[in-house]
Design a protein around this ligand. Structure first.
Ligand code: PLO
Length: 426
């Protein structure tokens, strides 16, 4: 059998790590649970092969926590041996995750603090609370549409109708992106993340995104609005305003992160609850709160599967392994969330009755910890109860086992989630 993306043999895909051989990750994510289990078995630091790029994967909570505050690991792609030696080029399908322009996502240290400060301040828990009315309105409108589509008893695809449009609308209100551009942005992100997209097309998609966001920033410069992009342009705190490239980079990062990850959180929470009716009953009766659902979903079904990538600026010894200078390090959050040393022997089980706070690391840790965490939690805390209050007899329209992941290596992205809004005999 050969891999549809690279044409290389895929026999090793199912066999896992043998001795010093890296674990070859499947670009089509046909067995996500199996892959997480193999990573966990060969952790805490193991080698993975991502479409021809071999990197160190961190699979355990404690080691991840330690490395995420280690200044010897940096985001600068020019510190990667494989990139410097041209073994990895723009032809590599995952390059857009790393070589993504200058933004808070790609720089470190004092520069990073400067790029991140304003954005992070705009999405503190207190500030995002101000977005509640807007999120409630968006949610209610989308639910009206879901109700309409499902009124005759036919299945409704919850990703397309609810989980996908919601985060894009919210992050666009925040950043000042026009609603007419949402359909094209959805297509661009789908093509960007899918490993089935031919690389030539992906590079064109990246180019189109750059052109798009460059235009948004130019428009905001000409006519500033009441949005975070305009605020980033106008900010001159400390006398050092952000450059155009930096504003564009931050805008790109906010929209991409706000969109892709929150879809995943909402869909996986719905799916897990519908697949565990006993747990759903606890939520609907008020015995367990939505916060527990959200935090357990983040732990058990982390939206980020593998976060690419950091690079060792010198040899780093961790848990008896040496990560040599110039090697890449991936945070495998899907595996980290399942660490029994952190979450107990039943870490593989979805269980909303775990004691809060669940100390997961789905938002990362250290200087790059997700600045949008409060916003995504608020979106989920509004969307999920609204959905289940509106459709208390909702059910999966297909068996849980038939729900597939997208062919996306880095994100926990479902292809679709068909539901029945009123299944009398759930
Ligand atoms: C997506 C392409 C953009 O042009 C640049 C970018 C910035 C932030 C990244 C995002 C990309 C991919 C998804 C990421 C996000 C930050 C958080 C999010 C990695 C590369 C997660 C956790 O999945």
């Amino acid at each position: 059998m050969s891999c549809p993306v690279t044409g290389r043999a895929t026999d090793s895909l199912s066999s896992g790590s043998t001795g010093a051989e890296p674990i070859v990750l499947d670009p089509l994510v046909r067995d996500r649970e199996g892959e997480i289990a193999r990573l966990r078995e060969s952790g805490p630091i193991t080698r993975i092969d991502l479409l021809g790029a071999v990197a160190f994967s961190v699979t355990d909570h404690a080691e991840a926590r330690q490395l995420l505050t280690d200044p010897r690991l940096v985001k600068d792609i020019n510190r990667w041996n494989a990139w410097r030696d041209r073994r990895i080029t723009r032809e590599w399908p995952l390059i857009g995750m790393i070589d993504a322009g200058r933004s808070m996502f790609t720089v470190d240290g004092a520069e990073h603090r400067r790029l991140r400060a304003m954005t992070a301040q705009a999405v503190t828990p207190r500030r995002v609370e101000g977005m509640r009315p807007a999120i409630e309105r968006i949610t209610a409108d989308l639910l009206d549409r879901v109700a309409e589509l499902g009124a005759d008893g036919s299945p409704v695809e919850l990703k397309e109708t609810f989980a996908l449009p919601l985060p894009m609308k919210v992050v666009s209100e925040l950043m000042g992106v026009d609603a007419k551009d949402h359909p094209r942005l959805h297509e661009l992100y789908d093509a960007f993340f899918s490993m089935l997209t031919p690389q030539e097309e992906r590079l064109a998609v990246i180019e189109e995104m750059d052109v798009f966001y460059t235009r948004v920033v130019a428009e905001k410069k000409a006519a500033p609005g009441d949005d975070l992009t305009s605020a980033l342009i106008l900010a001159d705190e400390g006398g050092e305003p952000l450059t155009d490239e930096e504003v564009i980079g931050n805008l790109k990062a906010m929209v991409a992160a706000g969109h892709e990850t929150t879809i995943s959180l909402i869909l996986h929470a719905v799916r897990a609850l519908l697949d565990n009716p006993d747990q759903l009953a606890l939520v609907l009766s008020g015995e367990v709160g939505w916060e527990a659902v959200i935090e357990e979903t983040l732990r058990w079904a982390s939206p980020s599967t593998h976060l690419l990538m950091r690079f060792a600026t010198e040899d780093i010894e961790v848990a008896g392994t040496v990560i040599p200078e110039g090697e890449g390090v991936v945070m495998s959050y899907a595996a980290i969330g399942r660490d029994p040393a952190q979450h107990g022997e039943d870490a593989d089980r979805f269980d909303i009755t775990r004691t809060l706070p669940i100390r997961h690391m789905a938002f990362g840790h250290g200087p790059h910890i997700c600045p949008g965490a409060a916003l995504s939690r608020l979106e989920a805390a509004i969307a999920l109860p609204a959905l289940f209050e509106r459709f208390p007899r909702m059910a999966l329209a297909v068996p849980n086992e038939e729900i597939r992941n997208m062919p996306v290596m880095t994100q926990n992205d479902l292809a679709a989630l068909p539901i029945l809004i009123d299944a009398a005999d759930r």
